[in-house]
Ligand binder design. Structure first.
Ligand SMILES: [Fe+2]
Ligand SMILES: [Fe+2]
Length: 440
């Protein structure tokens, strides 16, 4: 495919009748693979970075990248030469495998954005230069839009990369991309630097044992029964006598803590390199939904008087699930946590409605709608993820066995994170109750 790629403008060696289409389809194919590989590997950075806003932004960019890939695949399939498979060629994959192995998570973010995504923007711009805008109008229109998205992504990531120096990693990735001739292989090629060796082949990539929450205080779990110790008091949520204003604060804390779902879901992409693209597309949507749910709490709590620097983040679910296989992680998430959350959340929604808080009602309604989608994804994709890992048990049997194994793993890997703050310092149920009484 690559060998037929040539600039459309100017002389082209005599080829087949469809050469012009095949060239453009080849370029789109490379871009599709770059976008989908970004989705698979940039997600691995999410649980590693500590800045909460950066986690949210990465989820958003991953979702948009998945959208780009999907539209390009759709257009590509109309063109002769795009190919029917969805696999990413090793010569594209190796750049992402290299970048993700960068030990410092912020330097890795720099390598992804300042090199790999910058080259993607260049590839889109090259595409617009070499294609015929009337003949290839459907592609040009998409690409024009994606150029604008890539420029916006670069601007949105910029504040996080200030002070992150260009690393050796960046320089060497950049020179390797030059050797390739950019993602489209149409820039002048160069030679590998002397003594260059890819490092990805030598190091197996592993997700961190504990996810990062940066400057925020952490603990093992925020759910419990002691108002003097735990922020989410289980018995209070369901008690009809509980002040509805407290129920609202409690559900916002719960939603903010869905950041744990962001962190553990973000690990599944990298671990499923052979997944069909539609699986990663739905996972990307799921991931972005969870990041928005977490933002519901993260943005609303300060407005209701909660000091987020005193609210501990719970890490148990990530820490336990990352020890389990990807199908087990996904089974617990969709078939147990999400499928099991509806009755309690329904009661919460009824209580919150008493407050005539239109914004809270809206957030909770969208949360519920999204969660229904997530359970549908679970039914659709769990059998596929099981297949990728050679799991042949019937789904129901696998889910039951996974729940038992989760209990075992909880004994081993749960409860290991001590409270960053003392019971007096951190926000607990009784603090939320006091705050609720001041919220109207
Ligand atoms: Fe959620
Ligand atoms: Fe969900």
């Amino acid at each position: 495919m690559v060998s037929s790629n040539a600039k459309v403008s100017g002389a082209r060696p005599l080829g087949g009748r469809m050469t012009a289409v095949k060239d453009m389809a080849g370029y789109l194919r490379s871009i599709f693979e770059v976008e989908r590989e970004f989705v698979r590997t940039a997600t691995a950075l999410i649980c590693r970075v500590g800045d909460i806003e950066l986690k949210y932004l990465l989820c958003q960019h991953v979702w948009e990248a998945a959208g780009h890939a999907r539209f390009i695949r759709e257009r590509g399939r109309e063109l002769s030469g795009f190919g029917s498979s969805e696999t990413v060629r090793p010569e594209i994959r190796e750049f992402f495998e290299e970048a993700v192995r960068c030990e410092d998570s912020m330097v890795a973010v720099g390598a992804f954005y300042r090199v790999l995504k910058q080259a993607l923007l260049a590839a889109y711009q090259e595409y617009l230069e070499v294609t015929d805008h009337l003949a290839d109008w459907p592609s040009s229109k998409l690409v024009e839009e994606f150029v604008a998205d890539e420029k916006r992504h670069a601007a949105e990531i910029q504040p996080y990369l200030e002070g992150v120096d260009s690393s050796e990693w960046e320089t060497s990735l950049e020179s390797c991309l030059k050797v390739r001739g950019g993602w489209l292989e149409i820039q002048a090629g160069a030679a590998f630097p002397d003594g260059f060796e890819w490092s990805y082949a030598k190091v197996v990539y592993k997700h961190p044992e504990v996810c990062s929450r940066g400057k925020y205080p952490i603990c093992s779990s925020v759910f419990g029964y002691d108002p003097e110790s735990d922020p989410i008091v289980r018995s209070w949520i369901e008690d009809p006598a509980t002040d509805a204003r407290l129920v609202r604060l409690t559900i916002y804390v719960w939603l903010m803590m869905e950041l744990d779902a962001v962190d553990y879901l973000s690990t599944i992409f990298y671990d499923t390199p052979d997944a069909p693209f539609d699986l990663h597309y739905d996972l990307a949507r799921h991931l972005w939904d969870e990041s928005r749910h977490s933002q519901f709490g993260y943005r609303q709590l300060p407005k209701l008087g909660v000091d987020l620097s005193k609210l501990e983040h719970s890490l148990d679910l990530y820490n336990i699930l990352v020890q389990m296989s990807p199908p087990e992680r996904y089974a617990m998430m969709t078939m147990e946590f999400e499928a099991g959350s509806f009755p309690t959340k329904a009661k919460v929604m009824d209580r919150v409605r008493e407050l005539n808080d239109f914004e809270a009602d809206t957030l909770l309604a969208f949360d519920r709608n999204d969660e229904q989608g997530h359970v549908r994804y679970g039914h659709r994709w769990l059998p596929e993820i099981m297949k990728l890992f050679g799991e042949t048990r019937p789904v129901a049997e696998f889910v039951e066995a996974t729940k038992k194994r989760f209990e075992e793993m909880t004994k081993e890997f749960g409860g290991r994170i001590p409270h960053s703050l003392s019971a007096e310092e951190r926000i607990t149920g009784s603090d939320l109750l006091a705050l609720a009484k001041g919220n109207d």
